[in-house]
Design a protein around this ligand. Structure first.
Ligand SMILES: [Zn+2]
Length: 466
């Protein structure tokens, strides 16, 4: 007799859905099979039993352009859990020249007592200082195996020049650290933005013009060269264009150890949104692209050029966004996302953009494997954490900010019809959300999860693991 059995669902097993019961004992999955008996049983017939989603890119309580992103670790966890997310990876923030362990300790302290789903951090740096050089070899032993760097944002002191990229990638390769990269050509973007400012043209429509697609593709090609030269694995965050995705696939075929993620905003939204009266509410970097790039992005994602969809969750309220005074240079950039990640990506299956296998893996198994959380996270194998999303494939829902839990008053997807929705979320064996009873988790109930090094399979020629 098991403690809890999910009865009669369609369990994501191997690469497909199979009819089975799933049993949980304590915090772990105990068995997947038929006729399992539990002290407590939940009828999940006609539901999909999927691994809890892993959002590999969130920004809780992030200061930006005079505002702070609206979700803290607690509200962001609740929102994620309501959508089916059970683990997130956020970022540390370097102050001055401090080392990666110093920023990690401070960010962990900030999350502890608040995070209500499991979590980790990417170590984020602007300055490759002597302290960073000294502490980088110790990072993996603290459970953090990825570093975040920027090829843009020179004016905020975050951008790496080519020498910095070479030094960082060489050192990360030696220390078994995966480098996650914000790939945009910062020098060109600063130049185009200065030009737009001189012409008094910093309205929201200037955002895609100051960050044209080639500033992304050029940066991706350049970092791919550094990857080949140093042998360091790189992961491109928030790929915004179909062209960028295609180049990642191509560079991997040419021997670069490279993969990447896109985000729901680049799959669902296009730059026509920026033209409206409230176009600035859709402001994020990189910007949402043309309809053509958006369509190409679905195609390249379906072809396996990118392994992951994550959100870059960084919500601001309408009031925060309205402080911008018609200048993109003062606009808090970012969109809400964590809560709608599973729904939007699984909706892509109903829309026949991608396969069920691709959708499920892109939001659970793939980020878990790339960021060293697998199989504890991102799988339904017995002996691993019972992090589960019970998904109803047939409910029809219209996305509306009033029904969502993220701490902002608008949704960039308002009115979008989605088929399928999350019904129950289980974290380490405990039901933390159900559509019937709402949030049932615990403030501070999330755990920091130590990570291993990246699964090499994602960074070699053959493309994505079958
Ligand atoms: Zn981000």
């Amino acid at each position: 007799m098991f403690e809890l059995v999910l009865k009669g669902g369609q369990v994501f097993w191997g690469d497909a859905l199979i009819q089975a019961d799933l049993a949980i004992d304590g915090s772990q999955i105990a068995a997947v099979g038929s006729n399992l008996k539990g002290k407590r049983e939940i009828d999940v017939s006609a539901r999909w039993i999927l691994p809890g989603a892993v959002d590999a890119h969130t920004h809780f309580s992030l200061p930006f352009a005079g505002a702070v992103s609206a979700d803290d670790f607690y509200s962001g966890s609740i929102a994620g859990a309501c959508g089916g997310v059970t683990t997130f990876i956020d970022f540390t923030a370097q102050i001055g020249d401090e080392g990666v362990l110093d920023s990690l300790a401070r960010r962990r302290e900030q999350a502890e007592g608040l995070a209500a789903i499991d979590y980790s951090f990417h170590a984020c740096i602007g300055r490759y200082s002597p302290k960073v050089v000294e502490q980088l070899p110790l990072l993996a032993s603290h459970g953090v195996t990825s570093l975040k760097i920027f090829m843009a944002y020179g004016k905020s002191g975050l951008m790496q020049n080519d020498t910095g990229l070479l030094q960082i990638l060489s050192s990360c390769r030696e220390n078994g650290i995966l480098v996650t990269v914000h790939a945009e050509n910062g020098e060109l973007i600063d130049h185009l933005t200065d030009q737009a400012a001189a012409a008094n043209n910093l309205g929201i429509e200037s955002l895609p013009m100051t960050r044209p697609v080639f500033t992304e593709t050029e940066a991706i090609r350049r970092i791919a060269d550094f990857s080949r030269y140093t042998g360091c694995k790189v992961y491109i965050v928030h790929v915004s264009s179909g062209e960028g995705a295609r180049i990642i696939g191509e560079e991997r075929q040419k021997g670069a150890l490279i993969t990447g993620e896109t985000c729901p905003q680049y799959l669902y939204l296009d730059e026509s949104r920026l033209a409206g009266a409230n176009g600035h509410l859709w402001g994020c970097c990189p910007p949402i692209r043309s309809r053509q790039q958006q369509q190409l992005l679905w195609q390249r994602f379906a072809c396996g050029d990118l392994a992951v969809v994550a959100t870059d969750h960084c919500p601001f309220t309408t009031a925060d966004k309205n402080t911008w005074e018609n200048r993109i240079t003062s606009l808090p950039m970012g969109l809400p996302g964590i809560e709608t990640l599973p729904q939007l990506i699984l909706n892509g299956v109903h829309r026949e953009k991608i396969s069920l296998q691709q959708a499920v893996k892109a939001i659970s198994e793939n980020p878990a494997r790339i960021f060293g959380l697998y199989p504890r996270k991102g799988s339904l194998m017995p002996g691993t954490d019972a992090d589960i999303m019970v998904y109803s494939p047939d409910c029809n829902q219209e996305i509306s900010a009033t029904k969502l839990h993220m701490k902002t008053d608008y949704s960039p997807y308002e009115g979008l019809q989605c088929r399928g929705c999350n019904e129950i979320t289980i974290l380490r064996g405990k039901v933390i959300f159900s559509r019937q009873d709402g949030w049932q988790g615990e403030k501070g109930g999330g755990q920091f999860v130590s990570r291993y090094s990246a699964d090499a399979d994602f960074f070699i020629k053959k493309g994505l693991p079958a």
